[in-house]
Design a protein around this ligand. Structure first.
Ligand SMILES: [Zn+2]
Length: 454
């Protein structure tokens, strides 16, 4: 049989994304943006192609689908509806994701609009947005920031955003509105600076928050004046803050948005059941019980527990809650955050615990103040530590995500006949060294460089 293809990729070791299949050596053929040939061994003599990639000593896997990322769109940033990131920031984020093998990305800030995707959009990465335009989510954003929200964002509804092309619901709640990451690296440091003129490290912000309201954001769990004074001394802040001032500052920064953010869980879970779109929730200590509650009340909805390795959990807690959520059919997503190589604020203890307990369905980056580690770095770590075999690990970022988000990625995520030709070709000994990336059958990263599509 003779057949002419657009691309032929030969000699590579191929992981198909189904969680099991790992072909020692295989041929992949691409035509008109789709996968049309997948066969073990060497190419048949009759097979020819416009372009041939020799993938010997490489690992070939489906393009990564990152369904929890931020600041890749010039619209309201984060669930706090903060001012839009600059074009330069957006380009930097998009390039980093693409060079890390992500071919489909869901920007889950939640209040950006599908029409804002097109601003400055000549980038080859396939970027889509989610929607969290419900009344409580918008009020919660306004209570903590909201500087990026204009009339068109405030008037948007979830239904209208879905009609305009949003691909999922969420992120409901966020580090800004639920006392998490962005409170540590942005809002608490800003408040301390306003009040005292001094800059503090996010780790110090975390200690102050934990001292005043605890990991569950309950002021009644907080330290008494004497304990808080000791903590201020340990943090090197006793010369500029007394316990009462520190308490007021943390309460004012963290608490006003919490109730509103949790009210958004109910609105969006109900919407997820009604519309059939999956919904992403901020999963951390102050929100996990609310998430368990909505999972109980909306059993037909596809609900995703975002970044279930959130640093506000202890490892044991993260696993126990993940098991309880899975029992209610909630999808357990973990995020790389800055857990694997950067370790600016976070470490991999919760990620390891969840992977080793067999709880993880999908993996994403989230944002971690822009310090996010890449998905393949985390996958390489999982593979090297023998926590999972390579086929199962790669599925966390490909096939499993496609199954969870059919409206976003139903046509991709697997190396299978008829699927969209989104592919990554990486170093076989380290899947985080990305050499080539193809999207819709077009080479967009070649030998580690982003090709401009003009
Ligand atoms: Zn979050």
């Amino acid at each position: 049989m003779s057949m002419t293809l657009d691309f032929l990729i030969k000699g590579g070791s191929v992981i198909t994304g189904d969680g099991k299949t790992h072909l020692e050596k295989a041929v992949i053929g691409l035509s008109r943006g789709e996968l049309v040939v997948i066969a073990p061994g060497d190419p048949e003599p009759g097979l020819s192609a416009g372009h041939v990639i020799d993938a010997t000593h490489c690992l070939v896997f489906p393009g990564i689908i990152n369904a929890h990322a931020h600041n890749c769109v010039m619209g309201p940033s984060m669930p706090s509806g903060s001012a839009a990131p600059s074009q330069s920031e957006v380009n930097w984020q998009r390039n980093r994701h693409l060079l890390a093998g992500t071919t489909t990305l869901l920007n889950v800030c939640g209040l950006a609009l599908p029409e804002e995707l097109r601003i400055g959009d000549t980038h080859p990465l396939d970027i889509q947005v989610s929607t969290a335009h419900s009344p409580a989510n918008i009020r919660s954003a306004l209570s903590v920031d909201g500087k990026g929200l204009h009339q068109r964002h405030l008037q948007m509804t979830v239904e209208t955003a879905l009609l305009a092309g949003a691909k999922a619901l969420g992120e409901v709640g966020g580090g800004q509105t639920l006392g998490g990451g962005a409170q540590e690296y942005k809002f608490i440091p800003q408040a301390v600076r306003r009040h005292t003129g001094r800059d503090i490290h996010p780790r110090i912000a975390r200690r102050l928050r934990d001292a005043v309201v605890g990991r569950y954001l309950r002021p009644e769990d907080g330290a008494n004046d004497e304990q808080l004074q000791d903590e201020l001394v340990a943090c090197g802040l006793a010369d500029i803050l007394d316990p009462a001032a520190a308490r007021n500052l943390i309460l004012a920064s963290v608490m006003p948005s919490v109730e509103l953010a949790l009210a958004g869980f109910e609105e969006i879970a109900r919407c997820a059941e009604r519309t059939g779109y999956p919904a992403i929730f901020h999963n951390s200590t102050p929100s996990v019980k609310t998430l368990l509650g909505v999972a109980e009340r909306y059993p037909k909805a596809t609900l995703i527990a975002g970044h279930s390795n959130h640093p506000m959990f202890q490892p044991r807690e993260a696993v126990d809650y993940a098991v309880a959520l899975k029992r209610r059919n909630v999808i357990i997503d973990v995020s790389t955050l800055d857990c694997t190589t950067t370790r600016w604020r976070n470490d991999p203890a919760n990620l390891d615990a969840l992977v080793e307990a067999g709880c993880v369905n999908t993996i994403s980056t989230d944002f971690a103040g822009g310090h996010w580690d890449t998905i393949p770095e985390a996958l390489h770590r999982i593979i090297r530590k023998r926590q999972m075999d390579p086929a199962a690990a790669i599925a966390l970022a490909t096939g499993n995500v496609a199954r969870t988000f059919p409206q976003l990625a139903g046509d991709r995520g697997f190396i299978e006949n008829g699927k969209r030709a989104d592919l990554v070709i990486a170093d076989h000994a380290n899947c985080a060294r990305i050499r080539h990336v193809l999207i819709k059958g077009k080479l967009v990263v070649s030998d580690g460089v982003v090709l401009s599509d003009g």
